[in-house]
Write a protein that binds this ligand. Structure first.
Ligand code: MF3
Ligand code: CO
Ligand code: CO
Length: 254
């Protein structure tokens, strides 16, 4: 089918949903503290999203049982909220995807729980920088491969590894659309970005090996193979005539 070019009306709808997803991440900051379970954070997210007249996209998506992903420490992505009690020094990713008036917005960020180690903080800083570096490659005419090329080059230079088993993706009309946006790629490969395309960049960066393994019992939770830390940031990005617009950066942090 190829990569969708969104029209004005669709862009407006996706912009609104993306804004809500970003507001949900902000709202959840107060709950990301030691002593709370990840299930409690899931509940707070669910109620907030429903209150705004939207739906959480993960719930029942390919049988995912919860409304957000909560990925703690060595969990790379797709952590299922549950009875786990957050403790001082943990690092957690919350990934929120909203469906508002039929349109999808997708974003995630890291939450340090209390005081975290210098190692954990450095991994978070580098991962955020990886997303920024990917965003710099977002403009009409550039090739998708250059996003992964630049992210990987930077991450490796810092002594980290880039997860290659999960990618960014087109988003907006559906949860996961074309193209796959790899966070590790060769220079100048892939299709060209065009005005009106909307996709995510969502690098997962590991302190140790790049490989992940999926929990056999729940079929979702992806952990690092060596038990070392992993971090992730994600934005929903619109290609504009002059570059790009970060639809989920409503607080101007990027
Ligand atoms: N939000 C994730 C992404 O960025 C996908 C989660 S799929 C789920 O693509 F089923 F786990 F919710
Ligand atoms: Co995504
Ligand atoms: Co996401």
């Amino acid at each position: 089918m190829g990569i969708r070019i969104k029209n004005k009306e669709q862009i407006e709808g996706i912009r609104n949903s993306s804004k809500l997803a970003a507001e949900t991440l902000k709202y959840l900051e107060q709950f990301a503290i030691a002593g709370n379970t990840t299930d409690y954070i899931n509940q707070m997210a669910h109620e907030y999203i429903i209150q705004q007249g939207a739906k959480p996209a993960p719930l029942n998506y390919n049988k995912f049982p919860k409304s957000v992903c909560a990925s703690v420490n060595d969990v790379v992505c797709h952590g299922i909220p549950g009875p786990y009690v957050l403790k001082d020094g943990d690092i957690m990713n919350i990934d929120v995807t909203t469906i508002l008036n039929g349109y999808y917005g997708d974003t995630c960020k890291m939450y340090p729980i209390g005081i975290i180690s210098d190692e954990a903080q450095d991994l978070i800083n580098v991962t955020k920088e990886c997303l920024k570096i990917g965003i710099k490659e977002c403009y009409p005419g550039n090739r998708f491969g250059n996003i992964g090329y630049e992210i990987n080059r930077y991450a490796i230079g810092k002594g980290y590894s880039v997860v290659y088993e999960f990618c960014g993706h087109g988003v907006g009309i559906a949860f996961h659309e074309e193209p796959e946006v790899s966070h590790i790629a060769e220079k100048n490969i892939g299709k060209r970005m065009r005005e009106g395309m909307i996709f995510t960049i969502e690098p997962m960066i590991n302190a140790g090996k790049a490989r992940t393994k999926i929990d056999k019992n729940d079929g979702w939770t992806a952990r690092t193979i060596d038990g070392k830390l992993s971090a992730q940031f994600e934005h929903t990005i619109l290609i504009t005539p002059s570059g790009c617009e970060l639809l989920t950066d409503v607080y101007g942090e990027f």
